[in-house]
Design a protein around this ligand. Structure first.
Ligand SMILES: C[S@@+](CC[C@H](N)C(=O)[O-])C[C@H]1O[C@@H](n2cnc3c(N)ncnc32)[C@H](O)[C@@H]1O
Length: 246
């Protein structure tokens, strides 16, 4: 059975900015010429050059080559983590979600330099993308330095919420991983409260530093570097998607 995307998904509100400083001529050209080749639009064919219509994404048809797994990054910023993961794992397909056009241009620049063929970009709210993916189709979901919204009255804007974690739980396959990194201890506590009582996730605690230790397979993002410069440590929480009961 195909999953029907939530009809309201497209109107979900995004609070961050979509545009920053003017793009250089090179980045404008990348948006014009490279983006159409890698963009994943929910209203247009998923594979450029085919007429496959996608309200529900056919995860197996996203890339020209067969991929052994699909990993998603929510809010990839300037794209340094996504690009490095895609280079390190050429047989895994990646979808990066980011509405900030300067960030999209940053990732396009890295794709242009690295020649990766295993990245698709969704230029909008990651929730819409995940709603359109088949259940249990994703092996890893990264949420690195999400907007912290530290003021109490803004906390409902945080990406981590019970409803959004339901969406994450639906698309992750059994044994898949949801990885959150933040330098905000308030966000760590918030995430723990949101996930610790769930029966579909288990916090992974490996090694002497436990689950909050920075995994070795991950390049630093711009926000992690900023936090380090200001003397703030980043925490990583890795949650395993427990097997569904059939
Ligand atoms: C604080 S920045 C962190 C960027 C990057 N992950 C890093 O660590 O450098 C958060 C990013 O998440 C993006 N973002 C926020 N909500 C999002 C959503 N619902 N879907 C996709 N991206 C989102 C923002 O546009 C912003 O670029």
């Amino acid at each position: 059975m195909t999953h029907q995307p939530d009809p309201q998904a497209r109107s979900r509100r995004l609070y961050g900015r979509r545009r920053g400083p003017a793009l250089s001529a090179r980045r404008k050209a990348l948006i014009r010429e490279l983006l159409p080749r890698v963009e994943l639009s929910l209203d247009s064919p998923t594979v450029p050059g085919t007429d496959f219509a996608a309200a529900t994404i056919d995860a197996g048809a996203l890339f020209k080559e067969n991929m052994v797994d699909l990993w998603v990054e929510i809010g990839f910023g300037m794209g340094e983590h996504l690009a490095a993961q895609a280079l390190a794992h050429p047989t895994i397909g990646f979808i990066g979600c980011e509405p900030y056009v300067n960030g999209i241009a940053g990732l396009l620049s890295l794709i242009d330099e690295g020649g990766m063929r295993n990245i698709r970009i969704y230029c909008d709210n990651a929730l819409n993308l995940m709603e359109a993916l088949p259940a249990a189709s994703v092996g890893k979901i990264f949420l690195l330095h999400p907007d912290p919204w530290p003021k109490r009255r803004h906390q409902s804007r945080r990406f981590v919420s019970p409803g959004n974690i339901d969406i994450v739980a639906r698309v992750l396959r059994d044994g898949g991983e949801f990885r959150l990194q933040t330098d905000e201890t308030g966000y760590v506590r918030w995430t723990m409260r949101c996930l610790e009582k769930r029966s579909d996730f288990k916090l992974l605690a490996e090694g002497p530093g436990g689950a909050r230790q920075r995994p070795g397979d991950r390049p630093r993002t711009r926000y992690e570097a900023k936090a380090r410069l200001s003397g703030r440590r980043s925490h990583t929480l890795c949650f395993k998607r427990l097997p569904r009961l059939h």
